[in-house]
Design a protein around this ligand. Structure first.
Ligand code: CP
Ligand code: NVA
Length: 312
C-alpha cells in the first residue's frame, strides 16, 4: 500500500522518532549519499488552494537541496477549475510526479485525492490538520529541551488544524498536552475522542480546558496560533473577543512559574493571539520553528520516496 501523510497518525511512534533522527542528521551533515540516490531527479508537485509562505518555500527549497525539483500548482491553473474530478486529477498527476503536497480548504479533498493517487500524498495543511507543522515543531522541541519526554506544552486559542494535529501528535507519542480554548472554539469532539483513545495506549497526558490561567501553570512551552484561520474570515468576524484571555502576553507568560519557551506556527497576528514583546523576546523560538520546517520536510520527502521505492 502506498504511504501517505494525511494526518500525523499515518506515522507510528517509531516512524516519527526515526524521522526526527533523519531530520537531525540532514540538518547537521546534509543528506547521506545512500538517500541522495533515492531523491535525486525526483519531482514534487505542490497543489495549493490557500496562501503559504513557509510551507511552499521550505518544500521548494528542500527539493532543490535534495537534488530534485518542485512544481507549484494552483487550482485555478488546472482543469480542476473546469470540473475535472479530484480522482482523475490524482490519477493523471501520479503519472508525472513522484510525490505531491496538498494544501486544501477541505480535508475531504485531500483524502479523496490520496485514494486515487499512486504516489505519496503529503498534507501541507487542510482545514482540519497540519501534520508537517507539528512534526517540525517536535524537532524544535527536541533541540531546545534535549528530548520530548515530560515536557508540558500548553496550546492556547482556537481549536483549529494546529490544535488538532497537536492532539493527535501528543497522543501518538505519549506527550503532555493541555489545550485551552474559549467556549465554542474547542477542538472538534471527534478528534479529541480519537486523541484520548490513543492516549490510553501511549500514556499521553491530554487535558482540554477553558481556563487559560490554570492551563499555563508549570508549562515548559506556550504555543498559539491565529484566532481566524485561512478560510474562516467571513464566519469569524466580530467573534474574537472571547479569545483575549488566551493571548500570550507578558502577564500570562509570567504565570507559568518557570522559564518557558513560546512557540507559534506563524504567520502571527501581532497584538492579537501574541504580543510583540513576547514574540520578539528571548523566550520565543518561532523562527527556529520556521527553519525546522525545511529540515524536517527534507527528511519526510526522503522517507516517503524510500517507502515508494521499496514498494516498486
Ligand atoms: N506555518 C505555516 O504553515 O505557514 P505558511 O502558511 O506560511 O505555509
Ligand atoms: N490555523 C492557521 C495555520 C496557518 C499555518 C490557518 O489554517 O490559517
Amino acid at each position: 500500500m502506498i504511504r501517505h501523510l494525511r494526518t500525523i497518525v499515518d506515522l507510528s511512534r517509531a516512524e516519527i522518532e526515526a524521522l526526527l533522527e533523519l531530520a537531525r542528521l540532514i540538518k547537521r551533515l546534509g543528506l547521506p549519499e545512500s538517500y541522495a540516490r533515492v531523491t535525486r531527479g525526483k519531482t514534487l508537485g505542490m497543489l495549493f488552494q490557500k496562501p503559504s509562505t513557509r510551507t511552499r518555500v521550505s518544500f521548494e527549497v528542500g527539493m532543490v537541496q535534495l537534488g530534485g525539483s518542485a512544481i507549484f500548482l494552483t487550482e485555478d491553473s488546472l482543469q480542476l477549475k473546469r470540473g475535472e474530478t479530484i480522482a482523475d486529477t490524482a490519477a493523471v498527476l501520479s503519472r508525472y510526479l513522484d510525490l505531491i503536497v496538498l494544501r486544501t480548504r477541505d480535508h475531504g479533498f485531500l483524502v479523496t485525492f490520496a485514494e486515487h493517487a499512486s504516489i505519496p500524498v503529503i498534507n501541507g495543511l487542510t482545514d482540519q490538520y497540519h501534520p508537517c507543522q507539528i512534526l517540525s515543531d517536535l524537532l524544535t522541541i527536541q533541540e531546545k529541551f534535549g528530548g520530548l519526554r515530560g515536557i508540558k506544552l500548553t496550546y492556547l486559542g482556537d481549536g483549529n488544524n494546529i490544535a488538532h494535529s497537536w492532539l493527535l501528535g501528543a497522543a501518538q507519542l505519549g506527550l503532555r498536552l493541555t489545550v485551552a480554548s474559549p467556549a465554542g472554539y474547542e477542538p472538534e469532539a471527534s478528534i479529541v475522542a480519537q486523541a484520548l483513545e490513543l492516549a490510553r495506549e501511549t500514556k499521553a497526558q491530554i487535558e482540554i480546558t477553558h481556563d487559560p490561567i490554570a492551563a499555563v501553570q508549570d508549562a515548559d512551552i506556550l504555543y498559539t496560533d491565529v484566532w481566524v484561520s485561512m478560510g474562516m474570515e467571513e464566519t469569524r468576524q466580530g467573534g474574537c473577543s472571547a479569545f483575549h484571555p488566551y493571548q500570550i502576553n507578558g502577564a500570562l507568560l509570567a504565570r507559568t512559574g518557570k522559564p518557558t519557551k513560546v512557540m507559534h506556527c506563524l504567520p502571527a497576528h501581532r497584538g492579537e493571539e501574541i504580543t510583540d514583546d513576547v514574540l520578539d523576546s528571548s523566550a520565543s523560538i518561532v523562527f527556529d520553528q520556521a527553519e525546522n520546517r525545511l529540515h524536517l520536510q527534507k527528511a519526510l520527502v526522503t522517507q516517503m520516496l524510500v517507502w515508494a521505492a521499496e514498494r516498486a
